[in-house]
Design a protein around this ligand. Structure first.
Ligand SMILES: Nc1ncnc2c1ncn2[C@@H]1O[C@H](COP(=O)(O)OP(=O)(O)OP(=O)(O)O)[C@@H](O)[C@H]1O
Ligand SMILES: N[C@@H](CCO)C(=O)O
Length: 293
């Protein structure tokens, strides 16, 4: 059985804890019944031996598996990870979503995506990464009475994402602590209006409006102070034709979006200016988590 789940970029600038997109950067896990428990890990995280013993995927998988199954079984877990950890590309959401989906799939139990999303909420209480990880596409999401309420929009093929991934991780948990406890009414109105405009731009495919809508006063500047070079990344992406350029999730990755025709040029210019960062363009994912039995 194989489960794949996409990376996600949350917040999209002003949509703090609300907006997110799924990218064609994937983690996959293959799980097979076996005589003994074993783990193999390729790609991101493979140089971290601790992940073979103390792995968040296996602990969530076991919680669900033991609740769903009356049998005791051992498994071989083969991880193929493309999503870098603690870089703002939703690595933790990918683990949560794929672990829950895997436990149900290995027991042969159908799990509706909306139920999976609500189960994932117990592990990550803001819905902006888990929703696109499950559903794919662009999503606006909120939580009401312990349920995720969301609207999804597929992203057309003529748009690309360009990611700039620094080699320094930022922990979401710690990074949230750097944010103000209260905001002024002006800043609140600024973010509500920009986030609403950005959502309307996606829904109506008015891509030019992203150039106006993607600014934020809630989180980016506080977080980017930890890595001031990110202000230069944002400026360079926008100056070279990106439609929007925002901190991805809690960072450290910078996410930009452009027309496909412009993406290679933006990628090239960013690589020249920031040779020490990993930079590439990628498609959006419109499907979300996928289970192959
Ligand atoms: N492939 C993986 N296998 C096991 N655990 C993982 C894996 N990827 C991420 N994790 C766990 O998730 C933690 C990273 O979560 P964190 O929320 O800080 O970053 P992120 O999800 O990549 O960023 P963001 O939420 O801003 O997009 C890691 O420290 C690790 O505990
Ligand atoms: N909305 C979350 C995304 C990261 O998980 C944040 O900005 O902290």
């Amino acid at each position: 059985m194989r489960v794949s789940v996409p990376a996600t970029s949350a917040n999209m600038g002003p949509g703090f804890d609300t907006l997110g997109v799924a990218l064609q950067i994937k983690n996959q896990v293959v799980i097979k019944p076996a005589k003994f428990h074993s783990v193999s890990l390729k790609g991101e995280g493979s140089n971290n031996p601790a992940l073979k013993d103390n792995n968040m995927f296996i602990s969530i998988f076991n919680d669900f598996y033991h609740n769903l199954s009356n049998r005791r079984r051992n498994f071989r877990f083969e991880f193929y990870n493309e999503i870098p950890m603690s870089r703002g590309l939703g690595s933790s959401s990918a683990v949560i979503v794929s672990a829950i989906a895997s436990a149900y799939a290995i027991e042969g139990i159908e799990l509706e995506k909306s139920k999976l999303l609500n189960l994932a909420l117990a592990y990550e209480n803001h819905p902006d990464n888990i929703t696109p990880a499950v559903m794919g596409g662009f999503n606006v999401a909120t939580v009401q009475e312990n349920e995720v309420k969301f609207i999804k929009k597929e992203i057309p093929k003529h748009l690309k994402a360009i990611v700039v991934i620094p080699n320094r991780p930022i922990s979401t948990h710690l990074s949230r602590k750097t944010l103000p406890y209260k905001y002024s009414k002006d800043d609140a109105v600024f973010n509500i209006s920009h986030s609403s405009l950005l959502t309307a731009a996606f829904m109506s495919e008015n891509w030019e409006m992203l150039r106006v809508a993607s600014y934020d006063k809630f989180h980016q500047k506080y977080r980017m102070k930890q890595m001031p070079e990110l202000f230069e990344v944002q400026k360079a992406a926008l100056n070279n034709g990106a439609l929007m350029s925002t901190l991805s999730g809690s960072g450290s990755t910078f996410f930009s979006m452009s027309y496909a025709d412009d993406s290679k040029r933006i990628e090239r210019e960013l690589r020249i200016k920031f040779p020490h960062f990993k930079i590439f363009s990628t498609d959006f994912d419109n499907y979300g988590v996928k289970v192959d039995r």
